[in-house]
Design a protein around this ligand. Sequence first.
Ligand code: ZN
Length: 64
Amino acid sequence: MIKEMKYCINCKLIVQPKKDFNLCAFLFLALLGSFWIYIIYYVLKSKKCPICNSTNWGGNYLNL
Ligand SMILES: [Zn+2]
């Protein structure tokens, strides 16, 4: 599996975008029997820079 790398304009670095998994929110919704809401939210949410938490991407590193 090829890891997706992106260039962050804020950090001026090539980073691997990541998603934050909010365990508290997941468990809270699981208690309500609605954990699937969080799954959908998690799938739809965009990946962020692990350093500055922004989505200010400068494009794929292959295009630099
Ligand atoms: Zn960044």
